[in-house]
Ligand binder design. Structure first.
Ligand code: 0L1
Ligand code: MG
Length: 260
């Protein structure tokens, strides 16, 4: 793809995000052979367009790290995107009118105390972790019917739209992140559940994947900000009036009110 096409694709995707409308996916007709490398170049331009609109990057995030998500979305590789400060949901409330067709998924988030980069082990991730937070991501693919390929979703900043982080900080050594379970209740009924094991076998591996990815750009995993490790279950469609409750084995329960 020529640089002019990278920019054209980024503007097209960002228009969908900014004006909250669904778009036909990039690979449908215009760029059927979009590569992963090109998709990340488009994502980089989308991030720049958001920044030019006055928004600030808050933290990187991992996505598509669990089998539940792979099955739901029909793709099978982890991806990296960015949460912006304006995506942080306040007061545990999500307004559907701020989105196109939002879905919520439970996630385990890491806050690092030391920067890591390149090839790191699970143990190295854990040693350099400050604490763990419970969290929930609000995803909102800009693509029609949430239908995309791996490269489409990378270009679309991994459907990043909203994030809710618990406030209780948990020392990593007090948790077994593999067996830590999230149970997602919608209006009182359990709709999905999953454990940390679903996230690449261990959520710390998602952070290791991020370290590898960022190293290719000469960057390190940042410290002091919560980094989501990817949905532990499939994502759940929400509508105004819904009450979401995500309870974890040990981590703080997240309750979200869904408004119009
Ligand atoms: O955490 C995740 O797996 C989010 C992936 C984003 C792609 C999507 O499901 O829209
Ligand atoms: Mg997610």
């Amino acid at each position: 793809m020529k640089q002019s096409e990278i920019l054209e694709a980024a503007q097209y995707v960002y228009h969908g995000e900014k004006y909250k409308h669904e778009i036909v996916k990039l690979t449908d007709d215009k760029w059927p052979n979009l590569t992963v490398e090109e998709a990340y170049q488009i994502q980089k331009e989308v991030l720049k367009l958001r920044e030019a609109d006055g928004h600030t990057i808050y933290a990187p995030k991992m996505g598509l790290t669990s089998k539940a998500k792979w099955e739901q979305m029909g793709v099978d590789s982890p991806i990296v995107g960015y949460v912006f400060k304006d995506m942080l949901e306040e007061n545990f409330t999500v307004k559907v009118s701020d989105y196109i067709h939002p879905r919520i998924e439970p996630e385990i988030s890491f806050v690092m105390k030391n920067e890591i980069s390149g090839d790191v082990t699970i143990e190295e991730v854990l040693e350099n972790t400050d604490y763990i937070l419970s969290s929930a991501e609000v995803i909102d693919s800009r693509y029609l019917n949430f239908d995309f390929t791996l490269t489409d979703v990378i270009a679309d900043n991994t459907s990043a739209s909203g994030a809710v982080f618990g406030v209780e900080k948990y020392p990593v050594e007090q948790l077994d992140l593999v067996t830590e379970k999230a149970v997602f209740k919608l209006n009182g009924d359990v709709v999905v559940e999953g454990t940390g094991e679903a996230v690449l076998g261990h959520p710390a591996l998602a952070i290791a994947e991020l370290a590898k990815h960022l190293a290719k750009e000469g960057k390190t995993v940042p410290t002091g900000v919560p980094i989501m490790t990817g949905g532990m279950t499939s994502a759940v469609l929400i509508k105004p009036g819904d009450e979401v409750e995500i309870s974890y084995t040990n981590l703080e329960t997240i309750k979200i009110k869904v408004e119009k």
